[in-house]
Design a protein around this ligand. Structure first.
Ligand code: JFZ
Length: 476
């Protein structure tokens, strides 16, 4: 009796899978598409020096722009009058939108106001050194001209032009690094379906199931897309996501890591390619070797520095990654500057997000705050770029610190009312102390047995964070 039932369940599953495949009018061509360049079999292991050379630009950059853009900007957080506190790019999940209905948004995605030069100018002017844009998010829609899918901006939208091509060229023209976000979870690919109570099997969901034999096809599809993304747009970072599926393993992650690094040995890949990441804290577990070059805390900043670890905290400017017309919970420019300083003082990078509208504009509240951050970075950038973590064992009561060889930058948030800044000794002798903005004017300082007292102006030169430089006595 049991066997018959199991057979019936099996048949039902296959039937469902077949139904799902048929449900989407958009086909996914088979892997091995003609015209894709052959695979370069280059050995991977790299020396510490080679790794340091590969990671150098990224470690020195410290500040990047994340761009979540796609079909979800069309409903902008509302579906059939239904709104949600949930993140906008997950509308296919929380509004339980079947694949065939969600695809209709493509017919309304026409970003005629998109201006690649303006977007890159906004990032560059804010002091950002690299841009990471969603080439394909969980909804499976490709924001570039994919030759292995016609569910993309060129074949499926009235815009019908390759957005990514324009942005990649402009990013490089203005001297920033161009990078991609790519989701392993794919709510559109016929290999995956949803088996959750009350959910349409073709809607979005935190987890999907893989139909029998679907994984090989899907991995080949991903590899085809990643090859065309790398060979056509030459990204400096691959920022994977959606890896928390039970059908995705660390071995899959290691294989994909090797595949991508062999296509472009200098590329940098985050730890969401494999299974190492521990939730929102984002750093990789240590019970074994996990694939990926850097940890990815999300919407949070580690309490303390992570010496020797490469990590990057990604964060929204309001409470959504993808555009929602009604999300106005914007962080202040002061908070964003404080986060950047806090993250740099702990040896990390800050990947700050914008969610453009469907007609191609970065929301004005984001533009305004990024311009304000840029004003601070124009004056104080040297205290962020190319710095390493604070040398102080404990958190400074008045702010944070960043380091360079022979120099400490103090970032003072809470200015001493008595005009005396007390810096705990940390074993180094200070040669000179001065405001970053007045390098020729020394500030008086006296060393006590456990601190250095610096005489500072009565009012804070910068109301957000004033940088004081301490040049160290190299002799000891
Ligand atoms: C993921 C995406 O789902 C989200 O849409 C956005 O792209 C963000 C940058 O990354 O968000 C996550 C990822 C992991 C968890 C929660 C949200 N998690 O581990 O709980």
């Amino acid at each position: 009796m049991v066997t018959c039932q199991r057979f019936l369940v099996g048949m039902l599953l296959v039937a469902t899978a077949v139904a799902i495949v048929a449900s989407s009018s958009f086909s996914q061509t088979q892997p091995g598409h003609p015209g894709v360049v052959p695979f370069a079999a280059k050995t991977l292991p790299e020396t510490k020096t080679e790794r340091n050379n590969r990671m150098r630009w990224w470690r020195e950059a410290r500040f990047g722009m994340f761009i979540h853009w796609g079909l979800y900007a069309v409903p902008a957080g509302e579906y059939k009058g239904k709104r949600s506190e949930k993140i906008g790019e997950w509308i296919m999940e929380w509004a339980n939108i079947p694949r065939a209905d969600y695809e209709q948004f493509a017919t309304r995605f026409n970003p005629v106001k998109f201006n690649a030069a303006e977007w890159v100018r906004i990032a560059k002017n804010a002091g950002m050194k690299y841009i990471v844009i969603t080439s394909k998010h969980h909804d499976g829609f490709s924001l570039y001209d994919s030759r292995v899918s016609n569910y993309d901006v060129v074949d499926a939208t009235p815009y019908a032009r390759d957005l990514i091509k324009a942005l990649a060229a402009e990013t490089k023209r203005q001297g920033l690094k161009f990078c991609f976000y790519y989701s392993i979870l794919d709510w559109h690919h016929p290999s995956q379906y949803v088996d959750a109570p009350g959910k349409d099997p073709t809607a979005g969901n935190g987890t999907t199931k893989m139909r029998p034999g679907g994984k090989e096809e899907y991995v080949a599809y991903m590899k085809d897309q990643l090859r065309e993304l790398i060979t056509a747009y030459d990204p400096a970072v691959l920022w994977f996501d959606g890896e928390w599926q039970d059908w995705w393993t660390e071995e899959d992650g290691q294989d994909l890591y090797r595949y991508v690094r062999r296509l472009k040995p200098a590329i940098i890949i985050n730890n969401r390619v494999g299974k190492g990441r521990q939730g929102m804290a984002g750093m990789s577990k240590t019970d074994r070797e996990y694939s990926g070059d850097f940890g990815t805390p999300e919407q949070e900043i580690p309490a303390n520095g992570l010496p020797g670890a490469d990590w990057e905290s990604c964060m929204t400017m309001n409470t959504t990654w993808g555009y929602k017309s009604y999300d106005d919970k914007w962080k202040s420019a002061e908070t964003i500057i404080g986060n950047l300083i806090d993250i740099a003082s702990k040896g990390g990078n800050y990947l700050l997000n914008v969610g453009p509208t469907a007609d191609g504009l970065i929301p004005q509240p984001s533009v305004k705050r990024l311009a304000d951050v840029g004003k601070w970075m124009k004056v104080n950038g040297q205290a962020i770029y190319g710095t390493t973590a604070s040398p102080f064992a404990t958190q400074l009561p008045f702010g944070r610190a960043t380091s360079k060889p022979g120099r400490i930058y103090l970032h003072v948030f809470d200015w001493p009312a008595d005009g005396r800044l007390r810096v705990p000794s940390w074993g180094k002798r200070v040669k000179r102390v001065y405001l970053l903005t007045t390098p020729k004017h020394d500030l008086k300082s006296i060393e006590t047995d456990d601190s250095i007292e610096v005489e500072v102006p009565t009012t804070a030169p910068d109301k957000v964070a004033t940088v004081i430089v301490m040049d160290l006595d190299k002799r000891r």
